[in-house]
Design a protein around this ligand. Structure first.
Ligand SMILES: Nc1nc2c(c(=O)[nH]1)N=C([C@H](O)[C@H](O)COP(=O)(O)OP(=O)(O)OP(=O)(O)O)CN2
Length: 277
């Protein structure tokens, strides 16, 4: 007997890719549970499936930086903040933060298949009575048009969004004169893809080649150093509201036309803002 729950939740993470560097991802989570029926005729109450799986993901891998510890040039060590991750390929990066802000995975690269198996095994190990096996399916949102992955951290967020390197993969909709602008969407989506977005006030060091962003948050001290060309600096916190406002403003100035932006933060949510040149 098997029970399924589709669209159970989303996972928003950043991962270190040996070819692309820091990549923001959002994955949809579907779940299947196999086992025996209890006396109540149920395998596991639907009302409990979702909170149980969501709780496990939220307190584990969600909103962390996934680090493939066997990837070339990746070094992990303990530091005053908790953990220090250093990379060399494809670029030099250093991230420091509390241990729970990272998920260390003993692999050469992070793939959706490996993460899916890892989480399914973890949930199966912690399964409730009646349940014999839990199988998750993780998938990227199907996006017919422009999309971009980005990484950031929100130091004032009371939850796990304060972690300095978590990310999202997001749609981008741009309207001018009430019409979608697919060319502008592609252009800005490509420019934003795999960027690190940060608030100007959090810049600790900035040279032509490297930028360090550092802040204190409720969970601890965080810092990230990476190539300046990979970063975009916003005047305010990198909430999706401010990203929408910032993009609308930049695009209106670039094109000289009033612009309306729908910025998504991962799957199915976001903010909208308008700006005039
Ligand atoms: N109004 C806003 N609220 C939040 C923002 C924001 O920009 N504007 N941003 C965040 C974080 O960046 C966070 O990464 C969003 O993650 P989310 O998946 O929404 O967080 P939850 O775990 O609470 O939601 P799920 O149901 O698990 O997807 C937070 N808030």
């Amino acid at each position: 007997m098997a029970l399924f729950v589709n669209h159970l939740t989303h996972i928003d993470v950043s991962l270190w890719c040996p070819t692309k560097g820091l990549v923001g991802c959002s994955w949809q989570v579907d779940a299947q549970l196999e086992g025996e029926l209890g006396e109540d005729g149920m395998l596991f109450d639907f009302g409990e499936v979702k909170p149980w799986i969501k709780r496990t993901l939220d307190s584990g891998l969600d909103h962390t930086l996934l680090v493939p510890t066997q990837a070339p040039g990746v070094e992990v060590r303990e530091c005053d903040e908790g953990l220090c991750i250093r990379t060399t390929t494809p670029y030099v990066m250093e991230v420091r933060g509390p241990t729970e802000a990272f998920t260390l995975l003993p692999w050469a690269s992070i793939t959706l298949e490996r993460v899916t198996q890892h989480l399914s095994a973890q949930l199966t190990e912690q399964r409730p009575a009646n349940v014999e096996r839990v199988t998750l399916t993780l998938s990227d949102e199907l996006i017919n048009g422009a999309a971009y992955g980005y990484s950031h951290g929100l130091k004032r967020h009371s939850g796990n969004c304060q972690r300095i390197a978590h990310g999202h993969r997001s749609r981008l909709h741009i309207f001018q004169e009430q019409q979608r602008q697919p060319q502008l969407e592609q252009q800005w989506g490509a420019w934003l893809d795999n960027r690190y977005l940060l608030e100007e006030a959090d810049i600790a060091e900035h040279s032509e080649s490297q930028l360090t962003c550092r802040y204190e948050a409720a969970q601890g001290s965080f810092s990230i150093t990476l190539p300046s060309e990979r970063c975009s600096v916003l005047p305010k916190p990198t909430t999706v509201e401010n990203i929408a406002l910032w993009l609308a403003d930049q695009i209106a100035k670039q094109t000289g036309i009033a612009t309306h932006v729908y910025a998504f933060e991962g799957i199915d949510k976001g903010a909208t803002a308008q700006a005039s040149p």
